[in-house]
Design a protein around this ligand. Structure first.
Ligand SMILES: [Zn+2]
Length: 84
């Protein structure tokens, strides 16, 4: 029989994307916020009809090789750095 401490320790070792709603409820408040945001983002990206990149970098950032971008449908981070 798993004690509640063992259960919490096991939940903390589980990748955030695999946690159930019950398990998320065992995390501390910051952990719950992070886990819910992460899972919402993964679900949104998974539902995307096809990623299409739009640039969000300023001209100055682009000139430095910093090409920030994201998918125009789901907001997935599609930045790349051409500096290296
Ligand atoms: Zn997308």
């Amino acid at each position: 029989m798993e004690t509640s401490e063992e259960r919490i320790a096991r939940v903390r070792r589980t990748p955030v994307g695999l946690l159930t709603e019950d398990e998320i409820g065992l995390l501390d408040p910051d952990g719950q916020i992070f886990a819910r945001r992460y899972q919402a983002r993964v679900a949104r990206e998974a539902a995307c009809p096809g990623h299409e990149r739009i640039l969000t970098a300023t001209r100055e950032q682009s000139n430095r090789g910093d090409h920030r971008g994201e998918c125009k449908h789901c907001g997935k981070d599609m930045s790349w750095d051409s500096g290296d």
